[in-house]
Design a protein around this ligand. Structure first.
Ligand SMILES: Cc1cc2ncn([C@H]3O[C@H](COP(=O)(O)O)[C@@H](O)[C@H]3O)c2cc1C
Ligand SMILES: O=C(O)c1cccnc1
Length: 348
């Protein structure tokens, strides 16, 4: 018997019959048909994903993967690599934006070291280190295909654990990795064939000149790496990141468990495109929490054919935009479960 992993797992199709039943039921609720707008389609989508007419998304789980990127050696981030480990400590001390927002929605929170350059055995940190950061993909492949596969499978296992061990009913993926917007831009450019300038932005806050330098680095790197864009594993290995691979693996795990996923911003959507390339129907379990101001996010959203729930001009990552949008999914579930129908009114 082959063991289940990220590549060979089965992803069920969303239940279209339940979706239709819930759509009809929502039309009987005490409101004009369609008047709750996208909340209604969110409710029917959740019903189809979970194969349940009265879905529940609580408790949510936030899974943050931390990793480093050799490409920072080329001067592509406004911040130094050490910030990845500093922020990892911050997550464990519950001082980061994602910790604050996690508390707002009573989320389970887990931090996984999937490839930080720093050795860190802090309490609360789950160690699944594949390597001490990727190579600079300007000069070398970011990682081997075997390492990309290892990160995908570790993400898959950690995602599955959160759902089966902690009873999480909605999975939010976050990341921390200085330099990961450069990796994400390279992945999106490879997958979309869009010009580098359309998919590359300021990340943590580069000046205009330095954004141009970042674009040159990505352009040259893509020439050097000779990617087979039809092979998601080749894209990941050559220009991807360990946390991007792990997030994609966790998304596949959630979809295989009929668990709704909320994507965050640019990096999270990049991982979603990798998950979709590996398992096309995994994308049917995804919502997009917010629209990031990174220009490449719009390109990713077009490829995912997804519309974000919120637009707050954010560009942080960590899972923050996804966490902020979670109450919308919760409200969609409550609408179906708790609103009266017109028939109920006859008894008043
Ligand atoms: C203090 C701090 C906290 C963060 N939290 C998330 N990111 C975000 O910024 C990084 C990507 O941007 P770039 O590619 O420009 O390095 C990632 O770590 C991402 O999670 C942060 C960045 C910083 C500096
Ligand atoms: O949208 C994101 O996820 C993002 C954007 C900039 C920096 N870090 C993350």
């Amino acid at each position: 018997m082959t063991t289940q992993n990220c590549l060979n797992v089965h992803i069920p199709s969303p239940d279209t019959n339940i979706k239709k039943q819930v759509a009809t039921y929502i039309d009987h609720l005490t409101k004009p048909p369609g008047s709750l707008g996208r909340l209604e389609t969110i409710a029917t989508d959740l019903a189809a994903m979970t194969a349940s007419p009265f879905p529940d998304v609580s408790p949510p789980g936030i899974l943050v993967f931390a990793a480093d990127h050799g490409i920072v050696d080329e001067g592509v981030s406004a911040f130094p690599q050490e910030i990845t480990a500093k922020m990892a400590q911050n997550f464990l001390h519950r001082g980061a934006a994602i910790n604050v927002f996690a508390d707002q929605i009573d989320a389970h929170f887990r931090l996984v070291d999937i490839g930080m350059a720093t050795e860190m055995n802090a309490e609360g940190m789950i160690s699944r280190k594949v390597k001490h950061g990727t190579e600079s993909f300007l000069h070398l492949d970011a990682m081997t295909k075997k390492e990309a596969m290892k990160a995908l499978d570790a993400g898959y296992e950690e995602g599955k654990k959160m759902i089966t061990d902690q009873g999480v009913k909605c999975l939010i993926l976050g990341e921390m990795g200085i330099g990961n917007t450069t990796s994400s831009s390279a992945v999106i450019a490879a997958l979309s064939k869009k010009p580098i300038s359309e998919v590359t932005g300021m990340g943590t806050g580069l000046t205009k000149d330095r954004v141009q330098h970042k674009q040159h680095v990505i352009t040259q790197a893509l020439k050097n790496r000779k990617i087979n864009r039809d092979d998601p594993l080749d894209v990941l290995a050559k220009v991807g990141g360990l946390e991007i691979a792990a997030m994609a693996g966790a998304m596949v795990a959630a979809a295989s468990q009929r668990t709704p996923i909320i994507l965050d911003g640019f990096i999270s959507s990049t991982a979603a495109l990798v998950a979709k390339a590996l398992h096309p129907n995994s994308a049917e379990y995804m919502f997009v929490g917010h629209r990031s101001t990174e220009p490449g996010h719009d390109v990713a959203l077009q490829l995912l054919t997804q519309k974000p729930l919120l637009e707050l001009d954010m560009r942080l990552g960590e899972g923050t935009g996804a966490a902020l949008s979670f109450p919308i999914l919760k409200a969609a579930c409550a609408m179906v479960k708790d609103m009266a129908t017109f028939r109920d009114l006859e008894n008043y």
